[in-house]
Ligand binder design. Structure first.
Ligand SMILES: NC(=O)c1ccc[n+]([C@@H]2O[C@H](COP(=O)([O-])OP(=O)(O)OC[C@H]3O[C@@H](n4cnc5c(N)ncnc54)[C@H](OP(=O)(O)O)[C@@H]3O)[C@@H](O)[C@H]2O)c1
Length: 314
């Protein structure tokens, strides 16, 4: 697979990464053996970048990913995140970050985290202090590169001034095309890569979407505006139009959605998540789909403003 640079500090990853959230949380029950097979299939097909977080199962997601990648640990880069609490709050106090990183290293079964993100800014901890503790962890050899997720421009600039930020991780997809716009000039100015999370719009652009009543109680999509009764039909119609356009190019909807991201900027790396080895293979094949400028215009005509209702919870 082609590679892309995340930041100016030396981190290079496969153009399409793998998002491991669904293996541990968010999308209903998962079969661990199938998830491990999906991760290994991604690696077999050239994926070298794998994304998880402390809060994906509070250690369980990291353990599964570490187990799946143990035989190939030195061929891949692993990203994880700190800074959320079980109660739904934020905690990036330096002592807490040190403790979370030690736990993540143990759960992943590794001696260094390739890319460590703050999962979301903490209003009680200045960005400079967060960058400071990450710098200390880098100096100690526990972390290689620093990332920020769900961050605004001010946070990015202040953190970057203390320790260079290699990657921003933000929601970015055909259904969520605009929220990231203010960060693109900052990423370019500071030489930071952009990791696109939920690149298939949490599955709405996967080709396997269905209405909210089909999801289990532990599937959080029931609470997202795209799935609300007021918006679902309109979004399904948009996804249908995109799928027809994808088909005219010999591709699937998911492949079109991923190729769209790859075509935005050379420093964008989508990290689709799937617990199914065949779906993983299909997603990786998006790398071979080249979209022309006319294709991008056509996609913007179909979905000019993203998914109806916006990307957040209702
Ligand atoms: N930083 C943050 O705040 C944040 C937030 C959300 C996500 N993330 C990261 O981004 C990654 C990806 O985001 P995401 O998992 O929310 O959403 P996504 O990648 O947009 O979509 C995942 C959903 O699509 C389904 N899917 C994937 N490929 C498919 C295919 N080819 N055909 C049919 N269905 C397919 C998956 O189901 P199956 O698993 O059943 O195939 C899953 O339900 C996460 O795993 C996580 O690492 C980060």
């Amino acid at each position: 697979m082609q590679t892309r640079k995340l930041g100016d500090q030396g981190l290079v990853v496969s153009a399409i990464g793998y998002g491991a959230m669904g293996t541990a949380t968010g999308y209903g029950p998962a079969d661990d053996d199938r998830s491990v097979a999906a991760v290994r299939r991604a690696h077999d097909l050239g994926t070298t970048h794998f994304d998880t977080a402390e809060m994906y199962g509070w250690g369980e997601g990291e353990k599964l990913l570490g187990r799946a990648l143990a035989p190939v640990r030195d061929e891949v880069t692993i990203a994880t995140k700190f800074g959320l609490t079980r109660e739904g709050g934020r905690d990036s106090r330096p002592d807490h970050v040190r403790a979370v990183v030690d736990n993540s290293l143990r759960h992943l079964g590794t001696d260094t985290i390739d890319l460590l993100y703050q999962h979301a800014p903490d209003p009680d901890v200045p960005a400079e202090d967060v960058a400071g503790v990450v710098a200390e962890l880098v100096a100690a050899g526990k972390v290689r590169y620093f990332g920020l997720s769900n961050a605004d421009e001010d946070t990015v600039r202040r953190a970057h001034a203390v320790h260079p930020v290699s990657a921003l991780q933000e929601e970015y997809s055909v259904f969520a095309p605009h929220d990231v716009a203010p960060l693109l000039p900052v990423a370019e100015e500071l030489g930071i890569g952009l990791v696109a999370y939920s690149p298939l719009a949490r599955g709405f652009l996967s080709g396997a979407v269905t209405s909210r009543e089909h999801y289990t109680a532990d599937d959080f999509r029931q609470r997202l505006a795209w799935w609300s009764p007021a918006h679902y039909d309109a979004n399904a119609a948009l996804a249908g139009e995109l799928a027809a356009f994808a088909e005219s190019k010999g591709a699937t909807l998911a492949q079109l959605a991923l190729a769209w991201l790859l075509a935005q900027k050379e420093y964008v790396v989508p990290i689709p998540g799937s617990r199914d080895p065949e779906r993983v293979a299909a997603n990786i094949a998006a790398e071979g789909l080249d979209l022309t400028a006319r294709d991008l215009v056509r996609i913007a005509e179909i979905v000019p403003a993203g998914g109806v209702g916006g990307r957040r919870r209702e």
